[in-house]
Design a protein. Structure first.
Length: 551
């Protein structure tokens, strides 16, 4: 079979003409071949019409004497039919035209005047317009009239679409099934809506995500079926499968920052039968050891979560040994992509500086943290951004050894470059405003180096030299640019350039560079990175490991 047509249309005809699909059958009879040939003009015309060509010239010839027989198809598609106008009407709940709704749908309408009229695009445009109504307060919306008037002589298509919203629905009460261990209040308080508020499907999806992320439930489904409506009120049906309240975990691993790690975790999700979540962890790493405990309370009606925590730490990093006790409480609130945390921490710390001596420091520190996450995938992002800003302070007047204000700004940007490449930009700037660093706990000062900072240097090896150690400074600046090329869907390679330093002032900062190459693996738990980095200032290579997405 030979098809003479423009490339895109030839591919379409080759794929969908019946006669093309039968060409591999060697035992086809002459009568069957003639019957298939006779169908070609009608089938080709239908296929071309779907692509916007309503006046084609199609010529088909069968050479039955050839061995094997040859069917020749010549197609001149003519001019493409283009959209000449759209008449879009939306009838509201009262049956009268709703101009504002129609204007909204028209604003997002993809088939604009002058575009080629294709059947698939027309069907998609209608479906998307209807879907907008179905998912935003009008779950009974439907298409009243759909018409595309094609004028073959003018090669134009005038479109008309009439939609009816049906009644506007509101959320009703939440009905919960599957609870045996936990109180119903933890489900009710996670709802991102109140009974009586307008129905939207986005709120149902958000509710389901909040339940699945609450750590109380193995699975959670949320629905508001139209068949269960009571007038214009939609009861919300929640079905959950619970996790067991208590869990003991054991783990081991290795980090190029802090060395080999063993860890024991205990969790109880239902303290006093009130869904208070108690967590504790013992973590033993080469450079850092900690014992922590926390008590988190279920979300309250305004969407906030409150928690208490205690953490005892021992660290020996770059000649600085610290023994810290950290007590704190916080309020966390998540509103779409924005997370805010208001916390109060009391930190008491002993600092032993090799070759210098020992000091103590304490601080009672209120802190506010603002984070915006806009990622296409939180585990394996290919585009989007993360931004975090923090402000905290301490005062000698209230349980602090130094007056200070601490500011931090961090960001990560993921930029896709085609389907197999991406650019990752990262930066962090921090400053502590105080008369001196004396009396400020080390965790509130800054050091740089290692994974997530400046690769090619040991963890927290960039800072303020003091005795035989590196201690924290009051100024921090780091930046990174990384290009990743995915060789396969699971494996990728990268090149990167990092730069940064920490010092007692921005004037004293002397940023150093680290650069190298790396391997990337898309594991079920997220991105695993292995980097070979060269620290230019120390003229040495380091092999460094990382897992997951920064903050």
């Amino acid at each position: 079979m030979r098809i003479e047509a423009p490339d895109a249309l030839r591919a379409l005809l080759t794929q969908y003409l019946d006669i093309e699909r039968w060409r591999s059958f060697t035992d086809i009879t002459p009568e069957q071949l003639r019957a298939l040939t006779a169908k070609v003009p009608k089938q080709a015309a239908d296929l071309l019409a779907a692509e916007g060509y309503f006046s084609p010239q199609i010529r088909v010839e069968l050479d039955a004497a050839a061995q094997p027989p040859v069917v020749a198809v010549q197609v001149q598609p003519g001019m493409a039919t283009r959209v000449s106008g759209l008449d879009l009407q939306v009838n509201g709940p009262d049956g009268q035209p709703d101009a504002s709704l129609a204007a909204r749908l028209r604003h997002d309408w993809p088939l604009t005047d002058g575009q080629v009229f294709r059947s698939a695009a027309w069907e998609t445009a209608k479906s998307n317009a209807l879907l907008t109504l179905l998912t935003q307060r009008y779950p009974a919306a439907h298409i009243v009239q759909s018409q595309a008037r094609v004028d073959p002589k003018r090669h134009s298509a005038a479109l008309r679409l009439v939609l009816d919203t049906g009644p506007g629905y509101s959320f009703g009460p939440v009905q919960v099934e599957g609870l045996k261990l936990y109180p119903e209040t933890i489900v009710q308080r996670l709802a991102p809506f109140q009974p009586g508020q307008p129905y939207t499907q986005a709120k149902l999806l958000e509710y389901q995500q909040l339940l699945q992320g609450s750590r109380y439930f193995r699975t959670a489904t949320v629905a508001a079926p139209l068949a269960e409506a009571q007038g214009t009120t939609l009861p919300v049906q929640v079905r959950v499968v619970e996790y067991k309240p208590q869990k003991l975990g054991l783990g081991a691993g290795y980090s190029s920052n802090t060395g080999a790690r063993t860890q024991v975790d205990y969790e109880n999700l239902n303290i006093l039968g009130r869904a208070w979540r108690f967590t504790s962890a013992l973590k033993l790493e080469t450079l850092l050891q900690s014992l922590s405990a926390g008590l988190a309370f279920p979300r309250v009606a305004n969407g906030s979560r409150y928690s208490l925590s205690a953490d005892a730490q021992h660290a020996n990093i770059q000649g600085l040994t610290t023994r810290s006790l950290i007590l704190g409480g916080q309020r966390q609130r998540l509103d779409g992509p924005i997370e805010t945390v208001l916390s109060l921490q009391y930190i008491t710390e002993r600092q032993d500086v090799a070759g210098y001596g020992s000091t103590t420091a304490q601080a009672l520190m209120p802190n506010y943290s603002w984070t915006r996450r806009r990622l296409d995938n939180p585990i394996d992002p290919s585009s989007g951004s993360l931004v975090n800003a923090q402000i905290g302070a301490g005062s000698k007047a209230i349980l602090s050894d130094q007056n200070f204000i601490r500011l931090v700004l961090r960001g990560v940007q993921y930029i896709p470059l085609g389907t197999r490449n991406q650019l990752i930009l990262r930066g962090e700037v921090g400053s502590v405003f105080s008369p001196s660093a004396n009396g400020i706990p080390q965790q509130e000062l800054f050091r740089a180096g290692g994974i997530g900072s400046v690769r090619g240097y040991s963890y927290q090896s960039l800072g303020v030299p003091e005795g035989d150690a590196i201690v924290g400074g009051r100024a921090l600046l780091t930046a990174s640019a990384e290009a990743v090329h995915w060789l396969t869907p699971q494996w990728g390679a990268s090149v990167f350039y990092d730069r940064g330093d920490a010092a007692n002032s921005f004037g004293a900062l002397k940023t150093v560079a680290g650069y190298g190459i790396g391997a990337r693996w898309r594991s079920p738990a997220g991105i695993i990175s292995i980097d070979l980095a060269y620290g230019q200032a120390i003229q040495a290579y380091r092999l460094q490991f990382n897992a997951g997405v920064s903050f």
